[in-house]
Design a protein around this ligand. Structure first.
Ligand code: ADP
Ligand code: MG
Length: 567
């Protein structure tokens, strides 16, 4: 039953969610459908989403009296008193989503049936700023099977500033796609269908198998190189302990992306873009990941509601934890254990040495006084420089050198493209496909030529399959066709950064052009020399350090010596 929250409870809830963009509407409606126990959720978006968003579910629906109340402010069936806030297990609890959406839109139409012979339609017209009072609402009988459909049209039609702040329709749809994908992967038991302008872009089967959901989103390659896991960890804070259940599916390290947004996490059923948890997942992969690459996977956390505070963020993007570090550690170790037992045979990677094709060093090296005295684990070069011990990260150094060389070559000669013959087949996730669509010009300017391979909806998997006919080949080094997904994401994220530059960074870090780990002494000396002649020798293209210094003082203190000189 839906009731109105009392003012005391309201005051304890973080200020209402802002309907910032079409994707926020999609999240709220999808979460309502999941709270209603839906097995199928269908999302339709027209244009940028301000034209029309419609979410239909087969959940438990509402009786007429509840349907009429649901669009009012602070009315919810999910919370009855402030005390419940500690233990709330539903995705919603504030009773603000439907009225906020209605106020931001020209029209909200809710059609619902709780299983009775007749359903109910509630229409809120005109939008305007619905305060605590009533708005223009009509309630009438309607035919509908059990479940609920909410259709929102004319979003922001009377908020021109808000509407103006939106990105292009394709970019706004990509945001919707990203949030729907997050739920589709963390709730493989629910069938999700997403359509844009009538075209199906995502369809998961709702079989409750991660592999099936991954297949629908990322294609066969990723789905067939993934392992599921299920584990439990104890965490304690302030003398209390609790169990954190962690489960999900992790793609093996040969399936990677350049960005971390393909780590999909949920906490007690809420799918979140939580940077700390995503980082914990990546940390769990540790050195299994090639440098500069990010994993693809789904990780779900379950912990007692009292240990989680979903109320810290108005848009519920982030959550608070009683002990965030302990939770991150539980995630990291679960992922690490899962991967250590997974079958992780790598497909052989060919190491090509880019340096051999490059001009010799001309600029003076800042590491002139430096001598390579040894190597550690095939990864680090130990160097003596005055009274410091320098540790050079071999991979990071190589990336920096590659990057600066590539940049120089591209500045003088541009990026060549070479055709791929026969064309390579690459599948993009629905979100990446939408981003490609939105940024096709830029992607093609970089040297890719891409043709769509039939219609994603035909296969039923919803995955967009593309034919890559040409790839960029700076310095005659062709890009791997499946780097398309990374490039698309880079270009789309390209804030103010030059997408060509992002491309070069990726290429410089791509495992296929980095030297192998077993350098000769000469190679090692040359690497350090080249690093020294770089414009920015101390960081890799993605900003991580290339060199760490340990001064002699550290050893003096560590060994309990009295003076800085040996004696
Ligand atoms: P909240 O989710 O915070 O309770 P909302 O404004 O999103 O607030 O929804 C108000 C109420 O309407 C919910 O508590 C729920 O009872 C009902 N409701 C909303 N959407 C649905 C749906 N898809 N199916 C069934 N009930 C729904
Ligand atoms: Mg809600």
């Amino acid at each position: 039953m839906i009731r109105r929250l009392d003012p005391g409870t309201r005051s304890k809830i973080a200020a209402g969610e802002v309907v910032a963009r079409p994707a926020s509407v999609a999240v709220e409606l999808v979460e309502n459908a999941l709270d209603a126990g839906a097995e199928t959720v269908e999302i339709e978006v027209d244009g940028d989403g301000t034209d029309r968003i419609r979410v239909a579910d087969d959940g438990r629906g509402m009786a007429e009296s509840d349907a009429a109340l649901a669009v009012e402010r602070y009315t919810t069936s999910k919370l009855s008193a402030a005390d419940d806030l500690e233990t709330v297990e539903t995705l919603g609890f504030r009773g603000e989503a439907l009225p906020s959406i209605a106020a931001a839109a020209a029209r909200l139409e809710l059609t619902t049936n709780d299983g009775g012979p007749r359903g109910t339609r509630v229409v809120v017209d005109g939008g305007g700023d619905a305060t605590d009072g009533e708005h223009d609402k009509t309630v009438s009988p309607a035919g509908r099977a059990r479940g609920t459909t909410v259709e929102v049209t004319g979003l922001f039609s009377d908020r021109p500033a808000r509407k103006k702040s939106l990105a292009s329709p394709k970019a706004e749809f990509a945001r919707v796609s990203a949030v729907v994908t997050r739920y589709a992967l963390t709730r493989p038991d629910v069938r999700f269908v997403l359509r844009h302008d009538g075209r199906e872009t995502l369809a998961t089967p709702g079989t409750d198998r991660f592999a099936d959901a991954l297949l629908a989103v990322y294609g066969r390659d990723a789905a067939s190189h993934a392992s599921t896991f299920d584990s439990s960890r104890e965490v304690s804070a302030a003398g209390e302990t609790a169990a954190v259940e962690v489960d999900g599916a992790l793609c093996h390290p040969e399936v990677t992306r350049s960005r971390r947004d393909h780590v999909h996490v949920s906490v007690n059923g809420r799918a979140l873009a939580e940077p700390r948890l995503r980082r914990a997942v990546a940390d769990g992969y540790g050195t299994l990941l090639p440098d500069g690459r990010e994993p693809v996977g789904v990780v779900r956390l379950r912990l007692p509601p009292a240990w989680v505070d979903h109320n810290v963020h108005p848009a519920k993007d982030e959550v608070g934890f009683r002990d965030a570090d302990a939770v991150a550690e539980a995630v990291e170790s679960s992922v690490r254990d899962a991967l250590s037992t997974a079958d992780l045979r790598r497909s052989g990677e060919v190491a090509m040495d880019l340096d051999s094709s490059l001009a010799p060093v001309e600029a003076a090296s800042v590491f002139d006084d430096l001598r390579v005295i040894g190597r550690f684990r095939g990864l680090y070069l130990l160097c003596e420089a005055g009274d410091e011990l320098l540790v050079v990260d071999q991979h990071a150094a190589h990336e920096r050198i590659n990057y600066e060389r590539l940049r120089e070559a591209v500045e003088s000669a541009g990026i060549d493209a070479v055709s791929v013959d026969p064309p390579a087949t690459v599948s993009l996730s629905p979100t990446d496909a939408a981003l490609l669509d939105a940024n096709r010009d830029l992607v093609e300017k970089l040297g890719f030529r891409v043709a769509e391979f039939g219609d994603g909806s035909r296969s039923g998997s919803g995955t967009g399959t593309y034919r890559v006919e040409a790839v960029p080949a700076p310095l005659g080094r062709p890009f791997a066709p499946d780097a398309l997904a990374d490039v698309v994401a880079d270009v789309a994220a390209g804030d103010d950064a030059d997408p060509r530059d992002e491309l070069l960074k990726d290429l410089a870090c791509h495992p296929s052009i980095k030297a192998g780990d077993d350098l000769t002494d000469d190679d090692a000396a040359r690497l350090v020399e080249r690093l020294g002649s770089c414009e920015t020798p101390y960081t890799c293209p993605h900003g991580r350090p290339t060199v760490l210094a340990i001064d002699e003082e550290t050893f003096v203190r560590g060994f309990g010596r009295r003076s800085g000189r040996l004696g």
